[in-house]
Design a protein around this ligand. Structure first.
Ligand SMILES: Cc1cc2nc3c(=O)[nH]c(=O)nc-3n(C[C@H](O)[C@H](O)[C@H](O)COP(=O)(O)OP(=O)(O)OC[C@H]3O[C@@H](n4cnc5c(N)ncnc54)[C@H](O)[C@@H]3O)c2cc1C
Length: 379
């Protein structure tokens, strides 16, 4: 049986200097803050890049800043807690860039990483397909080797920001692979320029009627040889290494922080006992989640495998993020209303409409619990 490891992490004093710098920056950009983080703003991303807050942990040789994972963590949590529009560079900074650093060629590192660090390249993730979301091994998009590159055919679904990203990190499989014996064989990743001919992006609107994700059709898309990331057939391993980055960060439990702040504001300085109890419970959960997530940040810095712990943080974190709007709704009995002038009511409405996605994106609750059960030796 594998034991979970959540070592205690004490934030060193220097990170508090970074925190103050971020807070000053956020105060200067107060008008750009939103009820939920992850708005897509290339301008804001470039302003963050200018501060050295993208690619913080990467080598300076590639445009990075060689800061610690904990310094990066503090920047992320301050941005998320404020509702900053960090969505444009988020994927590239969190997972595509680190994967290029780990598996990319010298050319790919030299070309992509400094541009990501400067807030010029924005990535989307092309993994899910119709009938292949949780079960990535069912991927049907195929790459065929041709002279000078690959021809890719298939389609992707739920691709967040495909219509705004400059590049996609695409997961597909080599033609002729993925048999009954080894369904994972042939998985391959490519770095794709979204302006390439053969890419057709169609919007899928979310519950709010907003255009966030897409269906992406790939028809005879030509990817040159230098777009292959890592090795042909190694895609499964490469994707798995991405998931710990994707699942353990503070975005897994700070999506609803603005609503929690509103809840405290509406409760006032002398809340009713049941209100104080509910807020206290949420705050205690948040504090525990933060410590667990910080612990993974330090494991990632030491290059230790934390997939199991990351699954745990994502499951508990998204459960928390779904609990916040539910508690807020029950406590004050106010009807959520998207366009209400009162910040509490409108933030509640927006958060409720987003809440179902928390336990789906980045791995569903059932899949995460399956991983956790396997780690505990229960299956
Ligand atoms: C807001 C949002 C943004 C997204 N952005 C992206 C993106 O940018 N790129 C991308 O590639 N994908 C993205 N996704 C897709 C997301 O990764 C998938 O929706 C998710 O992996 C689930 O896949 P699915 O929708 O095909 O559901 P399915 O896999 O069909 O699952 C349906 C239900 O069955 C359950 N289930 C499936 N298999 C099992 C099992 N083995 N055991 C127990 N229960 C099981 C699931 O938990 C779920 O409840 C996004 C999704 C959302 C909601």
């Amino acid at each position: 049986m594998t034991a979970f490891r959540f070592d205690k992490v004490v934030l060193p004093p220097e990170v508090e200097i970074v925190r103050e710098e971020v807070r000053d920056f956020l105060a200067d950009n107060r008008t750009l803050m939103q009820p939920m983080p992850m708005g897509f703003s290339p301008e804001f991303s470039r302003a963050m890049a200018a501060q050295g807050w993208i690619a913080m942990t990467w080598p300076k040789q590639y445009g990075g800043h060689e800061r610690s994972a904990l310094e990066r963590y503090v920047v992320l949590e301050e941005m998320l807690a404020a509702g900053a529009p960090v969505g444009a560079h988020w994927v590239a900074d969190r997972q595509s860039g680190p994967n290029i650093l780990r598996f990319g060629t010298d050319f790919q590192r030299d070309w992509y990483l400094p541009r990501i660090a400067a807030g010029e390249l924005f990535f989307c993730i092309g993994m899910s397909e119709p009938n292949s979301g949780s079960d990535l091994a069912a991927t049907r998009t195929r790459a065929t080797k041709v002279q000078g590159g690959y021809l890719v055919n298939g389609s992707k679904l739920w691709t967040s920001n495909a219509h705004r990203a400059t590049h996609m990190i695409l997961f597909c499989r080599m033609a002729g692979s993925g048999d009954e014996i080894d369904r994972r064989s042939g998985g391959t990743q490519f770095l794709v320029d979204m302006k390439s001919p053969g890419i057709d992006i169609r919007p899928v609107h979310n519950l709010l009627g907003e255009h966030h994700f897409n269906e992406v059709f790939l028809t005879d898309l030509f990817v040159p040889d230098d777009g292959l990331l890592g090795q042909e057939g190694n895609g499964w391993k490469q994707v798995s290494s991405e998931l710990a980055f994707e699942r353990s960060g503070p975005e897994r439990f700070l999506c609803t922080f603005r609503l929690l702040v509103e809840l405290v504001r509406v409760a006032g300085p002398t809340p009713e006992p049941e209100v104080a109890l509910a807020i206290g419970r949420l705050t205690a959960h948040l504090s525990t989640l933060r410590r667990m997530s910080l612990s993974i940040a330090s494991m990632l810095e030491r290059d230790e495998n934390s997939n199991l712990e990351a699954a745990m943080v994502k499951d508990l974190g998204t459960t928390f993020d779904q609990q916040v709007p539910e508690t807020a709704r029950l406590l004050f009995g106010s009807e959520p209303e998207l366009h209400a002038l009162d910040a509490y009511t409108s933030t509640l409405a927006r958060t409720m409409m987003h809440a179902p996605r928390f336990s789906i994106q980045g791995g569903t609750r059932e899949i995460l619990r399956g991983i956790i059960a396997r780690g505990l030796g229960l299956r």
